[in-house]
Design a protein around this ligand. Structure first.
Ligand code: CP
Length: 326
């Protein structure tokens, strides 16, 4: 049974093939056409951690391909609140659905959940582990923005900023970007929140340049992409929070001072809305370089492509799209 559990399942060819499907489905994602190739299929969308984008865009993507969705959010709304194990839950729900998306607070839990069941499972985020479909849509967005700018990811400079220690989205992106050639990764974080050393070693061994920066001024300079992230307070000890004195707020003044004129600014979201937060500020929202809402929109096309591949309907898409109507 095919699953999407980790970015390590993808290489450059499979990534490009997936993006061609996402591209084909753009008119459906943009609500200009309907393409009900999943008519009759049912998705189980099981989220045991909060989510807006991942849960709703998976649901919208499945519905726009003609399928139906059942959702559960949080432990209180499942019988895990009565002590049922994840393994028993997996066995039960595999009998109800054609495909499952799972988000869970424990690292490795989604892979364990998928182990013995005969239904495709997609990792919607497992604790501090991985968030593979976020990395897919992030790279899809970078390619889309770069196409407009006449740039390529090969040989580009990509700054990853913020909580690189706990952020599963940014770690999945860092790993998946390594399928390209000769990327310069600028890792911009206070020492307490640095990218794990083993991930840096893997990137260097694959021929990428990796530099670490403790200030925004040195870290954002020359970057083609500035990928900001939220401080993951829910995954942090008090000790780490207290040792985080540095200012990592990316606002208009910082961007004006150090960013390239054609930099692409991304964030997996949510961002911290506290005006003093070390995060991406809202005073940048009218800057055309800010692509965060184009990025969230891209979640639909990319997640539709993932469903099409896992459910084996990709060969029907070309003719279905020719016949598609609104
Ligand atoms: N980017 C992301 O995973 O957002 P949600 O937590 O809202 O799903």
């Amino acid at each position: 049974v095919p699953h999407v559990l980790s970015v390590s399942q993808f290489n450059r060819d499979s990534l490009e093939a997936l993006f061609r499907i996402a591209q084909l489905l753009e008119p459906v994602a943009q609500r200009r056409k309907v393409c009900p190739v999943l008519d009759g299929a049912v998705l189980g969308n099981l989220f045991f951690e909060p989510s807006t984008r991942t849960r709703l865009s998976f649901g919208a993507a499945f519905a726009r391909l003609g399928g139906s969705i059942c959702d559960t959010t949080g432990f209180t709304f499942s019988s895990m609140a009565k002590g049922e194990s994840l393994a028993d839950t997996a066995r039960v729900v595999a009998g109800y659905f054609d495909i499952l998306v799972l988000r869970h607070p424990d690292t490795g839990s989604v892979a364990r959940f998928a182990q013995d069941i005969e239904v495709p499972v997609i990792n919607g985020g497992d604790g501090a582990g991985e968030h593979p479909t976020q990395a897919l849509l992030d790279i899809y967005t970078i390619e889309q923005e770069f196409r407009r700018l006449g740039k390529s990811i090969d040989g580009s400079c990509i700054a990853l900023v913020g909580d690189l220690r706990h952020g599963r989205a940014v770690q999945s992106l860092f790993r998946l970007l390594q399928v390209f050639k000769g990327v310069h990764f600028k890792l911009v974080a206070p020492s307490a929140l640095a990218m794990p050393a083993e991930l840096i070693e893997t990137a260097s061994a694959a021929g990428h340049k990796v530099t670490q920066h403790s200030t925004l001024d040195t870290g954002l300079k020359g970057a083609d992409v500035i990928y900001a992230t939220r401080i993951q307070r829910e995954r942090m000890t008090t000790e780490i929070m207290e040792s985080y004195p540095e200012r990592f707020r990316i606002d208009k003044a910082v961007i004006r001072r150090v960013a390239q004129k054609d930099a692409v600014i991304l964030h997996p979201l949510p961002r911290d809305s506290d005006p003093a937060a070390n995060d991406l500020a809202t005073d940048l929202d009218d800057d055309p370089r800010l692509a965060i809402f184009r990025q969230t929109d891209n979640g639909i096309a990319v997640r539709m492509a993932v469903f099409a591949v896992l459910l084996g309907v990709e060969s029907q898409l070309s003719s279905a799209m020719r016949d598609a109507r609104w």
